[in-house]
Design a protein around this ligand. Structure first.
Ligand SMILES: [Fe+2]
Length: 262
């Protein structure tokens, strides 16, 4: 009999501001997150762990991270995070004191490795040589533990011309490291504000919708998708197998596209 899995909730691309009602593309980013948290609280069983995969803040302010921490702490679930291109790592480390700072950890017989793919001053992602070496060392030290690798930027194009300019710029180097090891089962990311799945050898790459607005799929130019906010649930089994589903949030808001600012 397979024992009950470790349940992960991945939430990504929250784009919060210092001001609670501040809008991005005419929508207060905090509102859909509030609805998402209410939905998370109603899940049974509750997730065992929350994984935040970047762009938690739009303005990188201490206040935006403090608000996020206040909003998520009542869930009483261990929370781990990594930064996206909009985030300020220094402000995160100072503010997110009730979240875990660890970027390599083990839970439920699985190992988690969280990468920082920020390329300072850029929207696109890049993994530093230090990050790639760190990943290689971590994977070399724990050969038999199934592993989830996570970062903000997708290592693959998503067939959306404008968005594909801002994916991970040195994906080949990441894939070369992953190819040296067999225990990485999943690579989980955000940034693209849409659901995505791609298989490469024994590794599945999963992209997850934003808690805020979605981007239209396979669009040449910037365009919004009609899907509601979402998050991802992942069940990790002790035998190294997994399942995953996207959950959508009951939330609708009339976007004011004249109020740009993305
Ligand atoms: Fe991003």
């Amino acid at each position: 009999m397979i024992s009950s899995p470790l349940r992960i909730a991945q939430i990504t691309d929250l784009h919060l501001f210092a001001q609670s009602e501040q809008c991005l593309l005419g929508m207060p980013t905090l509102r859909s997150l509030n609805a998402l948290v209410e939905q998370l609280q109603q899940l049974y069983p509750q997730p065992d762990l929350l994984l935040l995969t970047g762009d938690l803040s739009q303005d990188g302010t201490i206040e935006s991270y403090e608000r996020l921490q206040m909003l998520l702490s009542p869930l009483k679930i261990p929370i781990y995070w990594l930064p996206g291109n909009h985030d300020c790592v220094e402000a995160m480390e100072r503010s997110l004191t009730r979240f875990y700072l660890d970027k390599a950890f083990e839970r439920g017989g699985w190992r988690f490795l969280l990468l920082n793919s920020q390329d300072p001053g850029c929207v696109h992602g890049r993994l530093s040589i230090e990050s790639l070496n760190w990943l290689d060392r971590q994977l070399s030290q724990n050969l038999n533990i199934p592993t989830v690798v996570s970062l903000h930027h997708p290592p693959f194009a998503v067939n959306s011309t404008w968005l594909d300019t801002s994916i991970l710029q040195n994906s080949t180097e990441l894939l070369e490291v992953l190819d040296q090891h067999t225990q990485a089962k999943l690579v989980v990311f955000g940034h693209i504000h849409q659901e995505f799945q791609q298989q490469r050898g024994s590794v599945t790459f999963l992209g997850t919708p934003s808690t805020y607005i979605q981007f239209a799929r396979e669009s040449d130019d910037f365009a919004l998708g009609q899907e509601p906010p979402g998050f991802r649930l992942i069940q990790l089994y002790s035998d190294g197998t997994w399942e995953s589903q996207i959950k959508r949030v009951e939330f609708r808001y009339a976007l004011d596209l004249a109020a740009t600012g993305y």
